[in-house]
Write a protein of this length. Structure first.
Length: 171
């Protein structure tokens, strides 16, 4: 009898874990589709697709009410070889110690890439300017919907939000 109960408990735990893994796999697939959409679509279409994906996955698109812990999110590489990477801590329900950057396959980070920054400065901003603005705004507002795009870095805003979604989905 005890052995049967033990087997039943183990089987139930395995089935539960398998269902959670399957759900996480589905969420990741939807985030990958959103990633491709962000990389290949006009910026005017990104907001609608972002909210549709967050609604479909059950991930937050606005207020972040997350359990305490350390979160790490990383997208697949984009067409230029950059992964969008975020790390943040939630303590007492509040975001803190947030760091975002785009890391190239060769290991260099966009935020510290002065040559890339010079090239991008013609758009009105650089990663070294835009990324800290996004980080600080999210920590202050604790709400993804309240983030405003930095002029010249609109795609970066959605890459930033996507990295947050990956961090939450894989936590």
């Amino acid at each position: 009898m005890k052995k049967s109960l033990f087997i039943l408990v183990v089987f139930s735990l395995m089935a539960s874990t398998t269902a959670q893994d399957s759900n996480q796999h589905q969420v990741i697939k939807q985030l990958e589709q959103l990633h491709a959409f962000i990389e290949h679509s006009p910026v005017a279409q990104l907001e609608t697709e972002y909210f549709k994906t967050m609604q479909a996955t059950g991930l937050p698109a606005s207020k972040l009410n997350l359990p305490d812990g350390t979160y790490h999110g990383e997208t697949p590489a984009d067409d230029f070889g950059y992964r969008h990477v975020i790390r943040f801590e939630v303590k007492n329900g509040k975001l803190g110690q947030l760091d975002y950057d785009e890391i190239h396959a060769d290991g260099h980070a966009k935020e510290a890439d002065e040559q890339y920054g010079e090239k991008m400065s013609t758009s009105g901003t650089t990663p070294a300017i835009a990324y800290p603005i996004y980080e600080n705004a999210l920590m202050e507002q604790q709400n993804l919907q309240e983030l405003d795009a930095v002029s010249g870095a609109s795609y970066s805003l959605y890459r930033f939000k996507l990295a947050v979604a990956y961090a939450i989905a894989t936590h």
